[in-house]
Design a protein around this ligand. Structure first.
Ligand SMILES: Nc1ncnc2c1ncn2[C@@H]1O[C@H](COP(=O)(O)OP(=O)(O)OP(=O)(O)O)[C@@H](O)[C@H]1O
Ligand SMILES: O=P(O)(O)OC[C@H]1O[C@](O)(CO)[C@@H](O)[C@@H]1O
Ligand SMILES: [Mg+2]
Length: 442
């Protein structure tokens, strides 16, 4: 993707004229290895060859605005009303982000009102307007101990006009959207509607995806918790497969288009012998296909463990009758059950009748509370989002990029998918750890 500096500038509603509660704390701060000044920018690229290849002066290199508190803010905190909505699939840490936003707005900015919309964008429609809840410190006190989201979530289409009417009705100045790619597309439609009506409402996104499939972010919040949960299931099938004759353990993990959860979970305890992900196509048959390779492994070791991302090998499954969910996401075929059946048939046919242990942890890896690492990450993202919104940034997403918190235009987060690069070092680590072939070609 070609990136120009101007593509990376975030929108702002106007000049920041109100004193920020952080003004004094910021007065003497300068950029350091641990802090980026609000007037400084963070480079997108981090290798000498790419930077040289850009062929532009340093101040024209693609760079991102630093996140964090400003000395002045756009909205007058005392009269500011805020809305929060969580959309799409669950992800560990949603409650931590909600809590962080409410605490920051209450304890530091002392804003007028914070409203939570129930069940995703549906909560902003006319039908559900009366379900809006007012959020305060009491309402969010210990919600971080629970998985899910106290606001609820949903998929499905809503009318931006109706949603903006709700924002106007409540006098919302800043809306925080915590969600994935679909949610950010929805947020951009809201901004477009807000603009067309000439309204002064900021929309700030906090990207959420356990699949880690959003670009321009080191790793999305909740991802670490999710893959840590997944490792437990791999460990279980490993133990089971070791105890059985011709033991075959298969774990299917979430990851529609990106196999990050499968790769990290597999690397974590290093029990997996094969990792199959959407980014690396494979064939079943032939001397170099998955069936023959698994057979060979069982012959040599008496057992085998496969970790498969749900989006892997979709090209091998019947596409007939494939449907979409309420948000238009394609429903995938079940590659886990398909592999279970094919491996059972093949190993039986070659005289190695297997004992197959198949686990599909599914929602169990994403419905849990965030671990300590993710909780820290969530609260820092929440703070960054609040500062961005109060400073009038709109159509903007807060992310951590190369360990710095930064702002990016919302359109970039939906511009492409973050995927495991088959030529990158993560996949190389998986190949090194599993010993599986680099490709399963016919
Ligand atoms: N193309 C789109 N245009 C406008 N709004 C959209 C679009 N796609 C999704 N949305 C809105 O965003 C909400 C969430 O979208 P979706 O169900 O795709 O989840 P997501 O945010 O992508 O999260 P995830 O995929 O990680 O679960 C939907 O309920 C819908 O209101
Ligand atoms: O919640 P649903 O609609 O069952 O969707 C499940 C999907 O959501 C995700 O968890 C992404 O949020 C995918 O990994 C998974 O395929
Ligand atoms: Mg999505």
């Amino acid at each position: 993707m070609t990136l120009e500096l101007d593509d990376l500038r975030v929108r702002t509603l106007g000049e920041c004229r109100y004193d920020s509660p952080f003004a004094e704390m910021l007065a003497s701060k300068r950029t350091s290895p641990h802090y980026v000044h609000e007037d400084d920018r963070v480079l997108v690229d981090d290798t000498v060859s790419v930077l040289l290849g850009r062929g532009v002066p340093i101040d024209r290199l693609p760079s991102l605005e630093a996140a964090g508190p400003r000395r002045k803010v756009y909205f007058d905190p005392a009269t500011t009303n805020v809305g929060i909505v969580t959309c799409g699939g669950l992800c560990p840490g949603l409650n931590d982000v909600i809590r962080g936003i409410v605490q920051e707005l209450t304890e530091h900015y002392h804003v007028a009102h914070i409203y939570g919309f129930r069940n995703g964008y549906a909560g902003l429609t006319e039908q559900h307007r009366e379900r809006v809840v007012e959020l305060d410190l009491h309402a969010v006190r210990d919600i971080n101990n629970d998985g899910g989201t106290i606001l609820g979530s949903s998929r499905g289409d809503q009318d931006p006009g109706e949603m903006v009417d709700t924002l106007v009705g409540l006098g919302i100045d800043v809306l925080f959207v915590i969600g994935g790619d679909g949610s950010m597309r929805g947020a951009m439609k809201l901004t477009k509607e807000i603009d067309s009506r000439g309204l002064d409402i900021a929309v700030v996104g906090v990207p959420k995806t356990i699949d880690n499939d959003l670009p321009f972010t080191d790793q999305s919040f909740g991802f670490q918790t999710a893959f840590a949960q997944a490792t437990e299931f791999i460990a279980s099938v490993f133990v089971e497969s070791q105890a059985a004759e011709n033991g075959v353990g298969i774990v299917k993990l979430m990851g529609r288009h990106s196999g990050f959860i499968a790769c990290y979970a597999a690397l974590s305890n290093n029990d997996a012998d094969f990792v199959l992900i959407p980014e690396v196509p494979f064939v079943l048959d032939g001397p170099n296909g998955v069936l023959a390779r698994v057979e060979d492994h069982v012959r040599r070791h008496g057992q085998v463990v496969l970790v498969v991302a749900e989006g892997a090998g979709q090209e091998l499954l019947e596409e007939e009758g494939r449907t979409t969910d309420a948000s238009g996401n394609t429903k995938l075929g079940d590659i886990g059950l398909f592999l279970k059946q094919k491996l059972t048939e093949h190993l039986t046919a070659v005289g190695l009748p297997p004992t197959v242990r198949y686990l599909d942890p599914s929602y169990a890896i994403r419905s849990v509370a965030a671990n300590a690492y993710d909780s820290v990450y969530c609260v820092r993202l929440a703070h960054a989002a609040v500062h961005a919104g109060m400073a009038g940034r709109t159509d903007t997403v807060v992310v951590r990029w190369r360990r710095r918190f930064v702002h990016i235009p919302m359109s970039l987060i939906t511009s492409h998918r973050n995927q495991v690069d088959p030529d990158g070092d993560l996949w190389m680590s998986v190949l090194e750890a599993t010993g599986q072939p680099a490709s399963f070609s016919a």
